[in-house]
Design a protein around this ligand. Structure first.
Ligand code: KG4
Ligand code: ZN
Length: 339
């Protein structure tokens, strides 16, 4: 079969990214311009600033991805782009760039669901990985438990009812003064803390064994911090980080393992920015080993937003014959079931 080269573009939140991926599995380049430093002083992503920066950077990032792959636009077989979910102004920049290239070079245009991209990072990580498998997606905006039935075919078994796991990490980090983005900072500080110092709630959702709820946990941490402030008591931040993280880990692992048990998955994958958390990785390593389940998780650079994962997902959409018109629009609230 002829080799297929995909030029992929991702701009759904605060990373401007482009990549060239060969046959959905081999990364020839993966260029990421992170805007994190710009948003840090505001304590979170400012959508208006994000879109403006995407416009400034998108052409440079695409150029760099092609150069690094030693390719020109004429050499690629298709253009894949994230069209949702995400921030509308951010998504539009990537979508407009992809449409322009597809039109100018008369190349097929493939729209990719951002979460499908996160899941597909695992195809790059483990070139032998094939569906079906179970997957936990934990990112800044999403927490989903799904079955990957086939390439591009998903059954959602569980999702969060309120905050996403990453959102909870970021809010707790802010409450204990760690700043944005909080996930990696909580991860680091938790290593110095006692995870049994505080007993935070492990929420279960009635009648939905695979759904998550993190708002109660988040409120418990915020209440603790506020009460301590009022009483002018010093709190051990490392203990809070460790105890909070332990509560998140326990719920993620128990729900995921229950799904594997009930549906008989022999392979399980982690995806999304929060999947680079060291405690989550260690807990899944242990739980999957005990159950003889093969576990896959992407390297941290493939967990957080990047375009290589969009190239992997885009390749399988391309093979299925998915083609978008020049009227492709950004869909900020695209659902996983809409893939
Ligand atoms: O997947 P991602 O890059 O963007 C979205 O699609 O949302 O995920 C970003 C999220 C942020 O909430 C960030 O705090 C979290 O991933 N994150 C982590 C870690 N690294 C990133 N959370 C916990 N531990 C980490 N090591
Ligand atoms: Zn993401």
């Amino acid at each position: 079969m002829k080799d297929i080269y995909i030029l992929a573009i991702e701009s759904s939140c605060d990373e401007t990214a482009a990549a060239v991926v060969k046959n959905g599995r081999e990364v020839l380049s993966n260029v990421i311009y992170s805007q994190i430093a710009l948003h840090t002083e505001y304590g979170g992503v400012v959508p208006e600033i994000a879109s403006r920066k995407h416009i400034e950077k998108i052409n440079q990032v695409i150029r760099a991805a092609l150069d690094e792959a030693e390719m020109t636009l004429d050499d690629v077989d298709a253009i894949a782009v994230t069209y949702g979910p995400g921030l509308v102004g951010s998504l539009l920049v990537g979508v407009a760039a992809a449409k322009s290239i597809a039109f100018a070079k008369d190349k097929p245009l493939v729209g990719v669901h951002h979460i499908e991209g996160h899941i597909s990072a695992n195809y790059i990580q483990d070139v032998t990985l094939e569906p079906p498998f179970g997957c936990l997606i934990v990112s800044g905006g999403h927490t989903h438990l799904v079955e990957v039935k086939d390439y591009g075919e998903y059954v959602v078994h569980g999702r969060t009812r309120d905050d996403a796991a990453g959102e909870a990490f970021d809010k707790v980090a802010r409450a204990i003064g760690l700043g944005y983005p909080g996930g990696p900072k909580v991860d680091k500080l938790a290593k110095e803390g006692d995870c049994e110092a505080y007993s935070f709630p492990r929420a279960v959702v009635a009648d939905s064994p695979y759904d998550f709820s993190f708002s109660g946990l988040k409120s418990a941490v915020l209440n603790l911090v506020n009460q301590a402030k009022m009483k002018e008591e010093e709190l051990n931040k490392a203990d809070i980080a460790a105890s909070f993280q332990a509560a998140v880990v326990e719920v993620l692992v128990s729900h995921s393992m229950l799904m594997c048990e009930n549906y008989g998955y022999k392979t399980f994958a982690l995806a999304g920015g929060v999947a680079s958390n060291s405690a989550i990785r260690a807990a899944f390593d242990k739980a999957c080993k005990e159950r003889d389940i093969k576990l896959v998780y992407p390297d941290p650079i493939l967990c957080t937003d990047n375009a290589a994962m969009i190239g992997a997902a885009g390749y399988y959409e391309y093979l299925k014959g998915v083609r978008m018109g020049y009227d492709l629009n950004a869909v900020p609230n695209l659902k996983l079931g809409d893939i």
